[in-house]
Ligand binder design. Structure first.
Ligand SMILES: Cc1cc2nc3c(=O)[nH]c(=O)nc-3n(C[C@H](O)[C@H](O)[C@H](O)COP(=O)(O)O)c2cc1C
Length: 201
């Protein structure tokens, strides 16, 4: 990523390059993602830590090279997300397993662990020149019916992966304009505390 790219994080402390370069694009270049890069993203997710190493994730994969599969996955997103995700190279629907395999007890960390796996995936994507955009805006009932998700498992999010389009600084495209807005975060003084409401520093 270009040093002056509007989405490059202006961090207060040094971080890994992929963390600074990762962002959630709205304008994708509608081209496929190379299979080996996609496999690296999925492999990164595979090696995420999880509570009791349960790995409570299933990823439903749809590549744009398979038009029917891609359309089926796209149809499971809420319309505002479909409007931009339609140009991604890959769509992934995440499904979490609610119960531990070995004893059938509820896994309180299952959603947390899907998030860790998705985070690994997003950072691997960024390090390969791709970008991932996660979505809570899905229609879970549609995912369940379309892909016959069994009880004990819940559709949770979607992830678009692809090549972010290069957006000219004077873009009038409303989606493109969103990709020109710098990324922002609360300062650490707001989110790291020594006691509730008391900044750690
Ligand atoms: C779990 C999760 C769900 C999200 N859901 C949506 C969504 O449904 N639609 C959307 O446009 N962006 C969605 N986002 C993207 C966030 O808005 C984005 O990550 C946030 O604004 C920070 O921007 P950045 O990722 O570019 O740093 C989601 C992100 C996460 C992690």
């Amino acid at each position: 990523m270009d040093a002056h790219h509007p989405k490059r994080a202006q961090t207060d402390h040094p971080v890994l390059p992929a963390i600074a370069e990762r962002f959630s694009p709205y304008l994708y270049d509608p081209r496929p993602v190379e299979r080996e890069k996609l496999l690296s993203c999925l492999e990164a997710a595979r090696w995420a830590p999880s509570s009791y190493n349960e790995q409570p994730w299933t990823f439903i994969l749809a590549e744009r090279t398979d038009a029917a599969a891609f359309a089926r996955a796209l149809d499971c997103l809420v319309e505002p997300n479909q409007a931009w995700a339609k140009n991604a190279g890959v769509l992934i629907l995440t499904v979490t397993s609610r119960l531990f395999k070995k004893n059938g007890k509820p896994n309180a960390a299952c959603e947390h662990d899907i998030g860790l796996a998705a985070g690994n995936m997003a950072l691997q994507a960024a390090s390969l020149g791709l970008q991932a955009h996660q979505m809570i805006g899905i229609v879970p009932a549609k995912v369940r019916a379309t892909y016959r998700i069994p009880d004990g498992h819940d559709p949770l999010t979607a992830i678009a992966i692809g090549y972010a389009a290069e957006v000219p600084a004077d873009s009038t495209d409303p989606l493109g304009q969103r990709d020109l807005v710098p990324r922002g975060r609360k300062p650490l003084t707001e989110t790291v505390v020594s006691s509730w409401g008391v900044s750690a520093w």
